[in-house]
Design a protein around this ligand. Structure first.
Ligand SMILES: [Fe+2]
Length: 167
């Protein structure tokens, strides 16, 4: 399921992505780690990973720059709406609604939301180490994401320390 969904999503995102796909802070490496985090959180929280999967590969799709780009979530939500109305996203109306909420609000710092939306936001925030920010439980939503071991493991992945060098 997820492999097909990722393939389809990347085929939509890659041709129109404006930033450095392979080496940028908000490129494919980040999306893959967000998806890695989301899978773990969905498993721990007993949630369907479909919407978090789409979120991982779509939430930064409409960035104009690598900074805060405060309207990128809204632009991505509008783009996703267009794709959905064109039948290019294989999701239900309920899933589309959750995906829209997650994408629109992902950089606003909120923590209260539907559990699926919370997983999306946590998966993204757990990858902040790549831009020099240590994730903090205060800004995370789900019980599993707030665990010190979850934060530490995600942080190490985000700064890409090879396994054999980890303490
Ligand atoms: Fe992100």
């Amino acid at each position: 399921m997820s492999k097909n969904l990722i393939k389809l999503t990347l085929e939509l995102v890659k041709p129109q992505f404006r930033l450095n796909l392979d080496h940028g802070h908000h490129g494919i490496g980040h999306w893959a780690r967000v998806w890695r985090n989301a899978r773990e959180l969905c498993e721990a929280e007993g949630l369907d990973p479909r919407v978090p999967c789409l979120f991982s590969f779509l939430h930064d799709s409409q960035r104009f720059d690598e900074g805060s780009d405060s309207h990128h979530g809204t632009r991505a939500r509008v783009w996703i709406e267009k794709l959905f109305l064109q039948n290019q996203l294989p999701i239900s109306i309920a899933e589309f609604h959750l995906l829209s909420l997650a994408v629109e609000g992902h950089s606003h710092g909120q923590t209260e939301a539907h559990p699926i939306v919370q997983v999306c936001w946590d998966a993204d925030r757990l990858d902040l180490g790549r831009v020099g920010i240590q994730p903090h439980a205060r800004y995370l939503c789900t019980a599993h994401a707030k665990k010190p071991e979850t934060i530490r493991s995600a942080y190490l992945r985000s700064i890409q320390i090879p396994i054999e060098c980890r303490l």
